[in-house]
Design a protein around this ligand. Structure first.
Ligand code: CO
Length: 301
């Protein structure tokens, strides 16, 4: 008899506990011990990465401009390039991959994350970042929301704007109309490589001596060179159309090796004048990335 009462009592306690759990589960916002989960937003800036000091200064400038545009919001960085991350780690500088950076943000209790791609085009690295960020957004008891912002060149307007900024702000004033301006894009096996051909078309519409070539895609260097030779150009300003003026700019574009653009143009009778500045060093271009981020942050609220 006495045992029966005890059993009933413990069953009642169990039932009350279960009902309590059910109520807690029904409120999606309830965190540990039923407390409301506070909204903690963060920005993750994702770039290929660099080990070059001048480019690091450009990244510091981006960091400053992003923080000024979004005061009080946590801003973190990640590099997509494993090679650069390993190189920096050997020098004692730890930079996260986008995945590790997202895991850290999750662990630190951030609830909403805007990931801004500081890449030039929506190529392989952008799509990898996008896919993995979305998977992070689906984890149980993780972020409320993860949104990925587009890179620099995504449509007609952004291509024309970027070409215009480079033409007006990066080409040295002493350049004469008969001298060429050649942008060196990276190029890729990814379908978004077509953006560079669109850029070439748009650049030449602005100025027939304004051209775009790529290191690893199309238009090729040979295509650019043939246009310059046919137009009897003798002088060309070379500008890296990449986030930073890194290895490709220093070696493939302006290097002294016989296969650099500078050397190959010299062999065709064309003098090269390299402009060693990456897009991250141009505030008007940086602001184009920040404009993308503003749109994403508005959706994150
Ligand atoms: Co490369």
């Amino acid at each position: 008899m006495r045992a029966g009462v005890l059993l009933k009592k413990s069953m009642l306690v169990a039932m009350v506990a279960l009902i309590g759990l059910w109520f807690q589960a029904a409120d999606g916002q309830a965190g540990e011990h039923g407390k409301k989960k506070e909204v903690k937003p963060a920005i993750l800036l994702v770039t290929f990465g660099t080990s070059i000091e001048q480019a690091k200064a450009a990244f510091a400038n981006i960091d400053k401009r992003v923080k000024a545009a979004f005061p009080g919001i946590e801003v973190r960085w990640a590099y997509t390039s494993k090679i650069i991350r390993k190189k920096l780690a050997k020098q004692g500088e730890q930079i996260d991959s986008p995945e590790v950076a997202l895991a850290r943000l999750m662990d630190d209790g951030y609830t909403r994350v805007a990931v801004q791609s500081l890449h030039m085009i929506p190529g392989a690295e952008f799509h990898e970042t996008h896919t993995n960020a979305r998977l992070f957004g689906q984890m149980a008891d993780g972020f409320d929301r993860v949104l990925v912002s587009m890179p620099l060149l995504i449509n007609d307007a952004s291509m024309e704007k970027a070409l215009d900024i480079v033409y007006k702000q990066m080409v040295p004033k002493e350049r004469k109309a008969g001298e060429a301006v050649v942008l060196m894009g990276h190029g890729t096996h990814h379908p978004s490589d077509a953006i560079y051909s669109a850029l070439m078309y748009k650049a030449r519409k602005m100025d027939p001596n304004y051209l775009v070539g790529t290191v690893e895609g199309n238009p090729s260097f040979e295509e650019v060179r043939d246009v310059l030779v046919a137009a009897k150009i003798t002088k060309a300003y070379l500008i890296p159309f990449m986030t930073v003026a890194g290895d490709h700019a220093m070696n493939d574009m302006a290097g002294d090796e016989p296969d650099s653009w500078k050397s190959q143009l010299a062999a065709a009778g064309i003098t090269s004048l390299p402009v060693m500045k990456g897009m991250a060093e141009v505030d008007a271009i940086v602001d184009m990335w920040i404009d993308q981020l503003k749109v994403t942050m508005a959706h994150l609220k």
